[in-house]
Design a binder for this molecule. Structure first.
Ligand SMILES: [Zn+2]
Length: 414
């Protein structure tokens, strides 16, 4: 058993503890407390003691939405003023660059991105994969999480068969302990309504019925679903994906998926930049988790997410970075700092809960990750804090560089 002491402990499920300690045994949390309840009095006496000094011990962060296989596109798309402009630039690069067809290049970029995620304190990830071709790279990273296999099908002649095939693909794919596989329809403008219905119907057969969807991200999506107009019909035609029988549902994207019976407590609604208070009420009622990625929203020209409304709605809120095609790094502490700037009315402790416990719950790891509590996994980090830090939660949402972060299991007594 090891007992780690630090100037702060942030259990997340309980208030921050000044001059706290955490006892670990066999990869699990064996005790947590402050000066008043010493390790000896709770049966954690005969242990190796490690004093971390001016630092906060906290759960590893949870990045609830990214696309690691796109990491090779880092730095190749520019910030855009409109979402369709960004999509066109990204697709051009993705389809035309020879680097994207060079498997060694794609893998190396992905491995580097995973190393950087881990170095900046992320331990659990919700990753979107089109190909399922690089699960070994994920598994070698030391992270854990869920891989959402992305489903894209706007013109679906046999939606049941298509969804059955998608289910069979993830059922037939082996994945190591610590990782799970699920499905993720891409977005309302790229997946047919019949496919959403078939996916909702397939949930009972899936071992992991969690699903993720990009929704209400841009003004162009709202226009397309609301009126059938804007740039999407043309782009879908150019891609050969248009369905001439498609009719606009004439509602908001979130209401659209509500009518299709897609939302439930196992779904993740990613972005929701354009969500109205009524839309957010639908998500809260259905128990959906909102995943916000504000730095990506700014980069792709989608706008500013109504973060304070997200929290006001009562829905669970988690945080993602999205991919390196639309953000400079995958450091979730940077995403927290962006959220703090956008939502000064949301308490730092609430944002930190989103980056840990809520993310773990959204990904189905709520029983083991995201908090420091008895019996939970010791997936913990220590973040160096300036001496005399009085409000450790405010400090943690101010932007933390990887050099300040250490993994607890890498620290040994000197
Ligand atoms: Zn995404």
């Amino acid at each position: 058993m090891q007992v780690y002491r630090a100037s702060w402990v942030l259990p997340v499920s309980a208030p921050p503890i000044r001059n706290g300690w955490v006892a670990l045994d066999g990869g699990l949390v064996a005790g947590v407390g402050g000066a008043m309840d010493s390790p000896q009095t709770v049966g954690c006496g005969a242990a190796e003691r490690i004093d971390l000094g001016e630092a906060v011990i906290m759960p590893a962060l949870v990045n609830a939405h990214t696309h690691l296989e796109l990491s090779w596109l880092r730095g190749r798309t520019r910030p855009a003023s409109s979402f369709l402009g960004w999509v066109s630039g990204m697709m051009r690069e993705r389809l035309q660059s020879a680097d994207g067809r060079d498997d060694a290049y794609v893998r190396a970029a992905m491995a580097l991105a995973l190393d950087e995620m881990k170095a900046s304190g992320t331990g659990l990830v919700g990753d979107i994969s089109n190909s399922l071709a690089h699960l070994d790279v994920l598994q070698a990273s030391g992270l854990e999480g869920i891989v959402f296999h992305e489903v894209i099908k706007f013109r679906a002649t046999d939606p049941e068969e298509f969804v059955d095939e998608s289910c069979r693909r993830i059922e037939a794919t082996a994945i190591e302990a610590g990782w799970r596989l699920a499905l993720a329809p891409h977005a309302p403008y790229s997946v047919a309504p019949s496919v959403y219905r078939a996916l909702a119907g397939a949930r009972p057969r899936l071992r992991e019925a969690r699903m993720s969807v990009h929704v209400a991200e841009s003004a162009e999506e709202v226009e397309f679903i609301g009126r059938g107009s804007g740039g999407w019909p043309d782009l879908l035609k150019r891609l050969g994906a248009w369905d001439p029988d498609w009719r606009a549902p004439q509602c908001s994207p979130i209401e659209y998926l509500e009518r299709l019976g897609f939302w439930d407590e196992r779904t993740l609604a990613v972005h929701a930049v354009q969500a109205s208070p009524d839309d957010l009420a639908v998500l809260a009622t259905r128990g959906v988790t909102l995943v916000t990625c504000p730095r990506s929203n700014a980069w792709v020209g989608a706008g500013v997410p109504p973060v304070e409304d997200f929290y006001r709605s009562g829905a669970r809120v988690a945080i993602g970075t999205d991919s390196l095609t639309s953000v400079a790094d995958l450091n979730l502490f940077s995403e927290l700092a962006a959220l703090r700037r956008l939502a000064p009315g949301v308490r730092p402790g609430t944002l930190l809960r989103s980056a840990t416990m809520s993310g773990a719950e959204a990904l189905g790891f709520g029983g083991s990750h995201g908090t420091i509590a008895l019996g939970r996994r010791a997936a913990l980090i220590a973040v160096e804090v300036p001496p005399g830090t009085a409000d450790v939660e405010e400090y943690l949402v101010s932007g933390i560089e990887p050099g300040k972060v250490r993994w607890i299991d890498q620290i040994r007594a000197c």
